[in-house]
Design a protein. Sequence first.
Length: 403
Amino acid sequence: MARILFIGAGAFQLPAIARAKRDGHFVIGCDRDADAAGQPLCDIFEAVDVFDREACLNVARRHRIDAVTVFATEAGVPTCAHIADKLKLPGLPVSASIAVTNKLVMRERFAGAGLPSPEFHGCDSPDQAIAAFDRIGQPCVVKPSNGAGSRGVSYVGKREQVAAAFLAAKALTRGAPVVVERFMPGREVAVEGFVQSRRFHLLCISDKVRTGPPFLLDTRIHFPSWRAQSEQDAIAGVARDAVAALGIDNAPVHMELIMTDAGPHLVEVAARGAGFHVFAEIVPWVTGVDTLGLQLALALGEPFEIPAIALRGAVLDFPSVSAGRLETITGWDDVTAHDDTLFAMLLKGVGDSVPPLRSGADRVAAIAVRGETANLAQSTLDDHYDRLSFTTRIEPAYSAAHA
């Protein structure tokens, strides 16, 4: 039995905490929310902010931990690396933790390694952001250098929009710079994998469907990718080079790339598993890889082998729902009860306001389905939508906004 410290104990960390308990480990949890969803499962829980590295390190020392891990959340990655470094435990190198959580450092590493990624500039004022926009040309993307989950990210097509986009991003940076970078048109793909002993292991590639500019939100993700093998080989090659450039080791990897006319270009790389239960539930079905076991093996410094099986299919879908007041949801029980539904989450309920889709917080639901092939998974999703519907009542605020 090992004493494992989890940096973050919220709802998305529950699967990994529960798995550690089932495997007989002693679990210590840190989360600033004293009522965090994972708190009841922990043997010891401390209400400590995961951004406070020294406070979390003190928890680790006080409880004489054997391992430290962070599961499917960006916030705890630097703290987890800091603790592993100080206590000489297996973990992500500190320099890599900085690179994967700071988009300006990440872009600089990519540029230094000659990897395909957009032109970029770090900016500390609206005037610098406007100058960067003038150098790059329209359209651009303005984002916090240390943000996650698309918060504070703006697509900017006009010069007069730059200052407001800069201020929106800057408000979320805790004093760090803002990144202005060239917008890359094309389809987005995602890469799931892990690095152990400095060797990158590809698990799968997925194809994303997104809304158009300016918000560019995922609406559907297909597993595995339908792209030609030559394209997938190119994606894997760029992914492997990106991991090396960032110095990632002993960590899961989630990566996003744009398929441009010149081939795959890097968007962002995270040294963690993908969120929204992708790493915990979808990737295991598609690849046969026990990702929760993988997470613990990386933290404990234990070897991990990938099973040699053919990839299976899955689709993660975020239903499109008209803005307004949510009045009815029909067919939801059929969706949740279906054998090939991996998970179905209602993010809003009847009576809730549904804003126009501008950020992840505006989504109404998430549905993940499985199949022996990608086509069979898509067929199951199509069958769900034969029964599933959401109706809304238009509200004056939304009708006026679109008048």
